[in-house]
Design a protein around this ligand. Structure first.
Ligand SMILES: [Zn+2]
Length: 98
């Protein structure tokens, strides 16, 4: 009996999640991956200005679900950001206030 209840509960959670996702889609326009849509824009660790668009003020990498990049390019971007950090082109962290 308890199992049944849990199963039902999980289903309800899933439904709520889907609802939430649907609602979010109506509020935000669908974002296409920037790197996929524009071939001129390429992930390059030597271009900190481009990479900084995908970082927070504190220098953290913005998650894919927010930036709207595809999985392939997010992975490339993470690597590029890490390379740029080692090359001192980007900060590992920053306490500076803009
Ligand atoms: Zn992409």
């Amino acid at each position: 009996m308890s199992m049944e209840y849990r199963e039902r509960d999980r289903d309800r959670d899933r439904d709520r999640d889907q609802e939430g996702r649907g609602k979010r889609k109506t509020f935000f326009r669908k974002k296409a991956c920037r790197f996929c849509s524009e071939k001129e824009h390429q992930v390059d660790y030597k271009n900190p200005r481009m990479l900084s668009h995908f970082l927070t003020e504190r220098g953290k990498i913005i998650p894919r679900r927010i930036s709207g990049i595809c999985a392939l390019h997010q992975r490339a971007l993470t690597t590029a950001v890490k390379q740029a950090r080692v090359m001192a082109l980007l900060p590992f962290t920053s306490t500076q206030r803009p």
